[in-house]
Structures are given as C-alpha cells and as structure tokens.
Design a protein around this ligand. Structure first.
Ligand SMILES: [Zn+2]
Length: 243
C-alpha cells in the first residue's frame, strides 16, 4: 500500500524545506499531507529538523513509519502546549547537515554491499546508518579485516569515478525481474505498484526508498573503522565518510 503522505525526499533528496498541511495530531505525533522528513527505514536513520508556523519553531526529534496508519509520524516537541491544528499550513525544515551525511553514507553503503556481493558472495543481513558512521552485517564465516579494507579501497576507487546515481520508478513486475534488485531478504519492497530504483550504473541497482547523493564523488572518502564478529555467519563492518 502507498504511504498516505507525499514523500518529497524520494523525488528530490536535496530539498531542505517544504510547505505542508497538518492532517492529524495524536499526542506528540504530527502527520502532514506531504513531508521532506525521511522516516527511519531501510537501515537509514531518520531526519531531524523543525516545524515553523505563526513565527514559532517546534523541533522534530523523531520520524518513523506508523504502520497502523500507513503514514509518516513526526514526533514534535511542545506540540501539546501550542495552537497547531489539523488543516494548518506550516513549513517543514530539515537539519541538512545531518541529512547530507546520511545520504553520503547511504550511497557508500550501496557501493560497498555490491562489491561484497560480487567479489565475496556475501549478502547483507542487517545494517544501520547514523549521522556519524554506518555498519553492515555480512554473511561471512571468517572475520578477515583485509577483505574489508580491500573492499573499501575498491569502493573509494568507484567514488572517485564520479558516477551519476540514477533514481527512477519502474512498475513492480518489471523491477523485480532485474537480477539483484533486492539485496536484503528482510527488506522486501513494499506492496506498491511502482518501485523506486536507485542505480549506480555498472556498480549497483536496488529497489530503495531512501535519500542518496547525485554523484558518487559527493561521498568524499570512505574510511574503514573496524570489523567485528557478531556470530557464525555474521561479520560486521563499521565505516564512515570524510569530506
Ligand atoms: Zn539503500
């Protein structure tokens, strides 16, 4: 099912603010007809920012998918003691520094996972992208730090090629025929008619709902942080990006 609100960040990951109408307020949670806030999903952390109306600014501290309502919930501080009401027009503004870091790490994650899959047959079984660093769990038996450092070296080589990150929609049936379109079994695409495709030509193609940079060079330099064993076939790679 399609999410109720219009997800502007899926159309343009570089939008920093937008106008929106409040559709529902439930406790501290506010829903809008449209949003630029990326909810925590697909292993990528949520945006932060604020709602502006009548000269006031209220902080948005958490954003997530409300599964019951099938909508994006924004946890807004101080909403109970103000005059925000459904039907009101407001401005939504994201913390761009945080978002841009998430975008850079997210595109880096796609490049790394594609090299891990193509060269070592390793699949991602989980992961997390925060503002400061990211990690991915790979289905590898042996913990070999050299494998990870070599993969990051190769990923940086791809970054420096300055490839365009293409984003487009395809009918579900057509998209699911593309080999490797779903890299992570637990992240099966939502049951919607058109899937959003994120393609780094010649490197990676995935059905993906999150924000990405336009060019791989925007990632900067991917830096290996550490590797840890988290179980028999679960080896975790931590990394970050630098300007
Ligand atoms: Zn992704």
């Amino acid at each position: 099912m399609e999410v109720r609100t219009r997800l502007l960040y899926q159309e343009d990951s570089y939008l920093k603010e937008c106008e929106a109408t409040v559709t529902l307020i439930s406790g501290e949670l506010v829903f809008f007809d449209t949003t630029i806030f990326h909810p925590r999903s697909g292993g990528v952390d949520h945006d932060k920012g604020y709602v502006e109306f009548h000269g006031k600014r209220l902080s948005v501290i958490e954003v997530f998918l409300d599964k019951e309502r099938n909508d994006v919930a924004h946890r807004v501080l101080g909403v109970k003691s103000c005059d925000l009401k459904p039907g009101m027009r407001v401005k939504l503004v994201i913390d761009w520094n945080r978002r841009y870091k998430l975008m850079r790490l997210h595109t880096a994650a796609h490049i790394i996972s594609s090299i891990m899959y193509n060269e070592y047959g390793a699949l991602v079984s989980g992961g997390n992208i925060t503002e400061d660093y990211a990690y991915d769990d790979y289905t590898l038996e042996k913990l070999d730090k050299d494998v990870f450092t070599r993969v990051i070296e190769k990923a940086n080589e791809i970054v420096s090629r300055d490839l365009e990150v293409k984003i487009y929609w395809l009918p579900r049936e057509e998209a699911l025929r593309i080999p490797g379109i779903v890299k992570l079994a637990s992240r099966t695409p939502p049951d919607i008619k058109n899937l959003r495709i994120v393609e780094i030509p010649g490197v990676d193609i995935q059905a993906d709902g999150g924000p990405h940079v336009r060019k791989t060079s925007e990632i900067g330099k991917i830096v290996f942080l550490r590797a840890e064993s988290k179980g028999k076939a679960k080896k975790r790679l931590y990394y970050s990006v630098q300007p």
